[in-house]
Design a protein around this ligand. Structure first.
Ligand SMILES: [Zn+2]
Length: 483
C-alpha cells in the first residue's frame, strides 16, 4: 500500500483533526499524545508548503455535563465556558499550532449540525428505541455486555427504557463501507484497526439511534423541526469536523479543506469515525475523509491509570517540570505510534538524560563551543551529503520511527566527534578542524529542521545557535540533566 498524501495530489491543502475532548474532566496524557501527533502532522505539512488547517476543540453537550453543572449550581453554558477555557489554555501550554478551536455549543456549530441532519433526511426515520440504559455510559448497553447483571465499567445495574427516537439507517451502508475500506479509499491506520473494522462490518451494521427526547437529554442540539428531540452525542460531535471549516456558510473555505486528510483519534472510538461518520457523509452527499489514524492507550508503570491506584499521569505536571518538548518527545517516540505503550517517571527521566540532555543537547553545546573557541564562532556553511528524509514515515503516521531515524543520525554525529577529535585537530591542523566542525554545524542544522514538527521550540533554539555561519551561543542549556 502506497500512502498518498495531499502533497502528492493536485490540492495543496492538508486538513488534520483531533477528536474533540469531552469537557467534563481534566485532559489526560493520552489526549496530550493525540494533540501532539496531530500538531506534528500540521507542522510537517506546513513545512512542505501545504495549506494546513489543524482543528481541535471540545465536545460540550450531553447529560453527564448537564448533571455536573447542576450539582455545581451553575448554568450549563457557564459551566462549559469555564471548562473549554481550560482546554484552550492547554493548547497554549502544549505549544499547539491549531488554526481553530471548535466548541459544540457555538451557534455556528449547532446550525451546521442541523444542516447536516437535514442533508441526511432520507436516511433518518422515527421509531421506538427499547433497551437497557446505563446512566454512566449515557447510552444503551447490550445484554451481552453486562457482567453479573451490571455494567462492567460503571458497576451499576442498567435501567430498562423505551423511548421515541430518530434512527439513522446505518445498516444500508454496510456493503458500501466495506468496499471503501477494502480499497483504502478510506484508509485506516494501523492495519490492526483496519482489520478490526472490516471484521465488524462482516457481521453487518445495525441502524443507530441518533436522538433523545428532551425529557431524557436536555443539553444538546435540537433536532430540526422537532424541538422535543435533541441530537444524541455522536451526530452532534462528529459534525464538528465540517462545522469548523465553514460547512454552514463558507463554501469556498469548505471546498478548500474538505475532505479531511486525517482524523487522529483513540482506538476506542474508531467505529464512530470509520463507520458512522463516513455513512453520514455519504448520506449527505459529501466526500468521506481520506484516512483515520488510531493511536493506542497509555499505561502507567504497566498498569491501567486510575484514581484509585493513584498512578494517573498529569501532562501539565510534566510540562511544568521538564518543558513541553521533553513530554512531546517521550509521547511521540516511546509510545509506539501503532500500538499501546507505557509511561513511567523512571523511563521518562532515563530517556530525557540519554537522548535529550546528552545525545542532542550536549552535542549542540560542544560543537558550538568549539567553533567559538577555535574560530571566533565563524564557520563555513556546508550542506550535508545525506538527506534526512522522513516523508514516508510521516505519511504512515510513524512518529516513533521518524524520531528514531533522526536520533540515529545524532548517534552517528557523536561517534564522528569522538573519532575525529576536533580538539586535537585544532592544534595540529586548524583548517581541518574548522572544516570538520563546519560540517557538524551543517548536520545539526539539518537535524534541527527535521525536528521542527516534533520539538518546535527546541528546533528554533538550535537554529538560533547555528545562525548562518555565525555561532550565537545559547543563553541556557537545552535540556539540563536530571540527577
Ligand atoms: Zn456503563
Amino acid at each position: 500500500m502506497t500512502p498518498t498524501t495531499r502533497s502528492q495530489q493536485s490540492k495543496n491543502s492538508f486538513y488534520v483533526t483531533t477528536s474533540i475532548a469531552y469537557a467534563n474532566a481534566k485532559p489526560h496524557v493520552g489526549y496530550a499524545m493525540e494533540l501532539f501527533q496531530a500538531d506534528t502532522l500540521a507542522r510537517y505539512y506546513r513545512s512542505q508548503g501545504n495549506d494546513v488547517f489543524f482543528l481541535t476543540g471540545t465536545d460540550e453537550h450531553g447529560q453527564k455535563l448537564f448533571e455536573v453543572a447542576k450539582k455545581a449550581n451553575t448554568a450549563p453554558q457557564e459551566y462549559v465556558d469555564k471548562l473549554s477555557q481550560e482546554f484552550i489554555d492547554l493548547t497554549k501550554l502544549l505549544n499547539l499550532s491549531n488554526d481553530k478551536f471548535v466548541r459544540t455549543t457555538d451557534a455556528n456549530h449547532k446550525q451546521a449540525a442541523q444542516k447536516l441532519w437535514q442533508a441526511c433526511q432520507d436516511d433518518i426515520y422515527k421509531g421506538n428505541y427499547k433497551g437497557l440504559y446505563c446512566v454512566g455510559h449515557e447510552n444503551f448497553i447490550k445484554e451481552s455486555e453486562l457482567q453479573d447483571g451490571v455494567c462492567p465499567d460503571h458497576k451499576t445495574k442498567p435501567q430498562e427504557l423505551e423511548l421515541e427516537s430518530y434512527f439513522f439507517a446505518l445498516s444500508k451502508y454496510t456493503k458500501k463501507l466495506e468496499s471503501l475500506i477494502e480499497s483504502d479509499t478510506l484508509r485506516i491506520v494501523p492495519q490492526k484497526r483496519r482489520n478490526e473494522i472490516l471484521e465488524f462490518l462482516r457481521c453487518g451494521l445495525e441502524d443507530i439511534s441518533i436522538s433523545r427526547p428532551k425529557s431524557q437529554l436536555e443539553w444538546g442540539v435540537e433536532v430540526p423541526n422537532d424541538p422535543e428531540h435533541v441530537m444524541y452525542v455522536w451526530f452532534d460531535a462528529l459534525s464538528n469536523y465540517i462545522s469548523a471549516i465553514g460547512y454552514l456558510e463558507e463554501p469556498t473555505k469548505f471546498e478548500k479543506y474538505w475532505p479531511a486528510d486525517v482524523h487522529v483519534v483513540g482506538k476506542d472510538i474508531i467505529r464512530f469515525h470509520c463507520l458512522l461518520w463516513p455513512a453520514m457523509l455519504l448520506s449527505a452527499g459529501l466526500k468521506i475523509p481520506e484516512s483515520v489514524f488510531a493511536h493506542g492507550f497509555i499505561t502507567s508503570n504497566g498498569q491501567k491509570m486510575s484514581k484509585t491506584l493513584g498512578n494517573v499521569i498529569d501532562p501539565v505536571d510534566y510540562v511544568e517540570s521538564y518543558g513541553v518538548d521533553a513530554l512531546r518527545y517521550y509521547l511521540l517516540r516511546y509510545i509506539p505510534s501503532n500500538n499501546d505503550g507505557d509511561f513511567s517517571l523512571d523511563r521518562f527521566e532515563e530517556v530525557y538524560n540519554a537522548d535529550l540532555a546528552n545525545n542532542l543537547g550536549n552535542l549542540v553545546s560542544r560543537v558550538s563551543a568549539m567553533l567559538v573557541k577555535y574560530n571566533e564562532g565563524k564557520y563555513v556553511i556546508i550542506t550535508p551529503k545525506t538527506e534526512l528524509d522522513i516523508s514516508g514515515l510521516v505519511a504512515e503516521f510513524r512518529f516513533d520511527k521518524c524520531l528514531e531515524q533522526i536520533f540515529a543520525r545524532l548517534d552517528s554525529l557523536n561517534v564522528a566527534i569522538d573519532t575525529n577529535k576536533p580538539w586535537e585537530l585544532a592544534k595540529t591542523s586548524p583548517a581541518k578542524a574548522l572544516e570538520f566542525l563546519s560540517a557538524m554545524a551543517g548536520e545539526l542544522t539539518q537535524v534541527a529542521n527535521a525536528l521542527a514538527p516534533f520539538l518546535p521550540a527546541t528546533s528554533q533554539k538550535i537554529l538560533a545557535v547555528f545562525d548562518n555561519g555565525n555561532i550565537a551561543p545559547a543563553k541556557e542549556v537545552l535540556f539540563p540533566r536530571i540527577d
